[in-house]
Ligand binder design. Sequence first.
Ligand SMILES: *[C@@H]1O[C@H](CO)[C@@H](O)[C@H](O)[C@H]1NC(C)=O
Ligand SMILES: *[C@@H]1O[C@H](CO)[C@@H](O)[C@H](O)[C@H]1NC(C)=O
Ligand SMILES: *[C@@H]1O[C@H](CO)[C@@H](O)[C@H](O)[C@H]1NC(C)=O
Ligand SMILES: *[C@@H]1O[C@H](CO)[C@@H](O)[C@H](O)[C@H]1NC(C)=O
Ligand SMILES: *[C@@H]1O[C@H](CO)[C@@H](O)[C@H](O)[C@H]1NC(C)=O
Ligand SMILES: *[C@@H]1O[C@H](CO)[C@@H](O)[C@H](O)[C@H]1NC(C)=O
Ligand SMILES: *[C@@H]1O[C@H](CO)[C@@H](O)[C@H](O)[C@H]1NC(C)=O
Ligand SMILES: *[C@@H]1O[C@H](CO)[C@@H](O)[C@H](O)[C@H]1NC(C)=O
Ligand SMILES: *[C@@H]1O[C@H](CO)[C@@H](O)[C@H](O)[C@H]1NC(C)=O
Ligand SMILES: *[C@@H]1O[C@H](CO)[C@@H](O)[C@H](O)[C@H]1NC(C)=O
Length: 748
Amino acid sequence: MGFHSMLVQVTWVGVMLTTIMAAAAVAYPLALPNCSDSCGDVKIPYPFGTTEGCYRKESRDFFINCSNSYGQPQPMTGNLNVTNISIEGEMDVLMYNAIDCYNQSGTPLEINTKPRLSVPSFTVSITKNKFVAVGCDTYAYLNGILNDEPFSIGCLSKCNNAHNIVNGNCSGIGCCQIDIPEGLKKIDFAAYSFDRHKYVWSFNPCSFAFIIQRDKFNFSSAYLTSLQNNRTLPMVLDWAIGSETCEVARNKGNYICGANSNCSDHNNGSGYRCNCKQGYEGNPYLKDGCQDINECVYKDLNNCKSNQDCINEPGSYRCSCIGGYHPDGEACVADQPAPKSSLAINLTVGAGIGFIVMFVCCSWLYLIIKQRNLIKLKEKFFKQNGGLVLQYQLSRQENSTETAKIFTIEELKKATNNYDETLIIGQGGFGTVYKGLLSDNRFVAIKKSKMMDQSQIEQFINEVVVLSQINHRNVVKLLGCCLETSVPLLVYEFVPNGTLFEYIHNESKVSTLSWEICLRIATETAEALSYLHSAASTPIIHRDVKSSNILLDSSYTAKVSDFGASRLIPLDQTEVATMVQGTIGYLDPEYLHTSQLTEKSDVYSFGVVLIELLTGRKALSFDKPEVERSLVTYFLLSLKENRLFEVLGKHIAKEGNAEQLKEVAILAKKCLKLKGEDRPTMKEVATELEGLRKMEKHSWVNFDSNSDEIEHLLAETSNSSNYDVRNKSTGVYDSVKDHVILDFDNGR
Ligand SMILES: *[C@@H]1O[C@H](CO)[C@@H](O)[C@H](O)[C@H]1NC(C)=O
Ligand SMILES: *[C@@H]1O[C@H](CO)[C@@H](O)[C@H](O)[C@H]1NC(C)=O
Ligand SMILES: *[C@@H]1O[C@H](CO)[C@@H](O)[C@H](O)[C@H]1NC(C)=O
Ligand SMILES: *[C@@H]1O[C@H](CO)[C@@H](O)[C@H](O)[C@H]1NC(C)=O
Ligand SMILES: *[C@@H]1O[C@H](CO)[C@@H](O)[C@H](O)[C@H]1NC(C)=O
Ligand SMILES: *[C@@H]1O[C@H](CO)[C@@H](O)[C@H](O)[C@H]1NC(C)=O
Ligand SMILES: *[C@@H]1O[C@H](CO)[C@@H](O)[C@H](O)[C@H]1NC(C)=O
Ligand SMILES: *[C@@H]1O[C@H](CO)[C@@H](O)[C@H](O)[C@H]1NC(C)=O
Ligand SMILES: *[C@@H]1O[C@H](CO)[C@@H](O)[C@H](O)[C@H]1NC(C)=O
Ligand SMILES: *[C@@H]1O[C@H](CO)[C@@H](O)[C@H](O)[C@H]1NC(C)=O
C-alpha cells in the first residue's frame, strides 16, 4: 500500500515537471536572435523581419515596415497594412478597393482609385479570396501576369433598383464575383460604369471592385453605399521562398529550411515552403526552429492508457508500464519493457521469453498458412482468368516471335512500386493505367482493368492473343499480361507524349502540333485502323476511336490504343450484333440504332477525330449554345453554308493550305455519312490522306491568294473595336472590354 502511494506521488511529480517544461517550450522563437518578432499585435516570423539583417536578405519582399507614423506600430508591406502572417505561408493584408463614384450630375468624384498590388513575388491566394464587383451600373476588370503573360478577367452587374438584391448572396444582382486564376501576380483592377450612375444614383452613386477574403464577405444591399467608406478590405496573399523548387534550392545551397523540417514545392515549383516534421513545432525557417512537441503533456496527442507511463522522445513518444505492472493487477502491455527491480526483471524476462517464443511460433505458422492460401488464390485467379487457355494458345504459336509474355504478379508489383499512386498516368471507366519500369529497364504502361465478368474471359483471352500479334508502328503494342490477380493486368509499350486529345484541347499544348504534324497523325491513325480492319489475321473493330485513344510518342507518331471494347470479327461475317458500346460524340448513329457493328463504325468515329483536328473543338461541348453542342452537326451545317473557314481552329486556318483543308473537310464529311455503306473504307481514307499530305509539299504557292480570305473571315469574329466606348481602358486589354460592352448591349 505504501509502495502504491509512493508510486502515485512520483508519477504526479513527473506529470507536474513535464507540464512545466512543456509550458516553457511553447514559446518557441519566431525571429532571428536579437530581432524583434512582432510589430504591434502582429507576430513577425522569420523569413519576415522589420529591420536590416532580420529578414531573408535575398528578397526585399520579406521586409515588413514597422512604422510608427499612425501613432502606434503598424506593420506594412509596400503600402498595405499587414494584419497577420502565418508560418504556413499566408499573409493577411488590407488591400485597397477600386472606386468609381459620380455626383448627381454625372461628374466623376476625386476619390476614384485603381489599385495595384506591388509585392512582386507573392501571389493572391486563390482559395481564400475572390474578385468582386459591387454596383448597379458597374463593370470591372482584374488584370495580371500569369506565367509571364498578361491577361484579364472581368464581371458586370446592372440593376434598376435595390429591391431585387438578395442579402447574403452575391449572385449577379448588384454584385458579381469570380474566382481568381491560380498563380496571378502583379495584379491591378478597376471599376467602371456604363451610364455614370445617372439612373441609379439615388441608391448607388459608385461602382466598386475589390479582392476580398471569402469568409469576410457577406454581401448586402447596404454595400451599395457603405463601401464608399472602406478604402481597404481584407485579402490573403500566399508567400513562399524564392522561385525555385526544394530540389533546385538545395543544390544551389541557399536552402533555408531548418533541422527537423520538410520542404514542399509551392505552386508547381515557383518557390518552396518549409514545415516542421510530425512531432515538432516552431518556425521551420530558422536553423533550429522546429522543436520537439512533448506529446505526454497533451492527453489528445498521446494514446497511452491510464496504466501506462508516457515517455517523450524526439519527434515522438512511447508508452511503458508503471513499475512493470498495474496497481490493480491488470495486465499492462508495454511498448518496450523498462528496467525494473531484480525480482520484477526475472519475472518479466521469464514471461517475456515465453511470450516471444509463442509469438514467433504462431506468426510462423500463420505466415506459412497465409502463403499457401496466397498461392492457391493466385492459381485460382490464373485459372479463372483463362490462364491455362492462354498458355495453351501461346504454346501453339511458339515459332512466332511476336507472342505475349505472361508476367507474374511480383514482376508487375515491382515495376509499379506496388501500384504507387504517383505512377498513375490514366484513369477512367476502363480501369487504371500505371507507368512501370521492368527489370530489363523498359518502361511500360500497365493497365489494371475493372472487374470482369466470367463470360467475358474467353473473349479477353482471344484479344490478348490477337493483339499481341499485331505489329504495326501505329498501334500500341501489347507486351503481355498477368492473370494471377482477380482482374487481369495488361502490359503495353509505354508511349511518352500523352494523348492527341490533350494536344487539341489543352490550351497550353494547342500550338505544339503544326497542321502538317496533325495531318500526319491523322494519316497514321487511318493506316492503323485500316490495318486492323483488313490486314490483321482476324479483322478487328476498334469500337472506341477518339482523340483520347490516340497516343503520341516522342516524335509525335500516332499510336492507337485501348482495345478494351474492341471486337474480333470472324472472317466469314462482316457484321456482328453487339451491345452498343463506345463514347458519346464519336458513336456511329447507325450502329446506335441497329446495334449492327461493322468496320464503318470506326470510320465514323475517325471522321469525328478529323473534324476535331480541323476545328480544335470537342466532340460534345455542353457549355456552347445549342447549335454548336454536337461538333458533327455544327460542322456539317457550317460546311453546307460554306462557312468552313469560320469553324477551323485559329492556328490551323492560319497554317494550313486552304485547298488541302477543304479536301480534308470533304473527306471528313464522307466519313460522317449517316449510312455506313456510303462511307469510304478505312483503307480509302488512309490513301486519300496520304495523297493530301503529298499535295501539301507541292502547292504552297496557292496559299497567299487564299490567306486574305481566311484572314477576312477570322477578322469578322473579333474585329468589333469600332464600337463607341468611353476611353477608360487599361491599355492592353481593349478587345476584352469591347466584348463585354458589346455583349451587354446586345442582350438589352
Ligand atoms: C545580441 O545582442 C547582445 C547585446 O545587445 C549581444 O551581446 C549579442 O552578441 C547579440 N547576439 C547576436 C547573435 O547578435
Ligand atoms: C516605412 O513606412 C513609413 C511610413 O509609411 C515611411 O515613411 C518609411 O520611409 C518606410 N520605411 C522604409 C524603410 O521603407
Ligand atoms: C493602416 O493602419 C492604420 C493604423 O492601424 C490606419 O490608420 C490606416 O488607415 C491603415 N491604412 C490602410 C491603407 O488600411
Ligand atoms: C493569424 O493566423 C494564424 C494562422 O492562420 C491564426 O491561427 C491566427 O488566429 C491569426 N490571428 C489573427 C489575429 O487573425
Ligand atoms: C457635380 O460636379 C460638378 C463639377 O465639380 C459641378 O459643376 C456640379 O455642380 C456637381 N453637381 C452636383 C449636383 O453636385
Ligand atoms: C449574411 O448576411 C445575411 C443577412 O444579411 C445572413 O442571413 C447570413 O447568415 C449571413 N451569412 C453569413 C455566412 O454570415
Ligand atoms: C443564396 O444562394 C444559394 C445558392 O445559390 C441559395 O441556396 C440560397 O437560398 C440563396 N440565399 C438567399 C437568401 O436567397
Ligand atoms: C467597412 O467598414 C465598416 C466600418 O469600418 C465595417 O463595419 C464593415 O464591415 C466594412 N465592410 C467590409 C466589407 O469589410
Ligand atoms: C518529411 O520527410 C521525411 C523524410 O524525407 C518523410 O519520411 C516524412 O513523411 C515527411 N513528413 C511530412 C509531414 O511530409
Ligand atoms: C508544372 O510545371 C510543369 C513544367 O513547368 C508543367 O509541365 C506542368 O503542367 C505544371 N503542372 C501544373 C499543375 O501546373
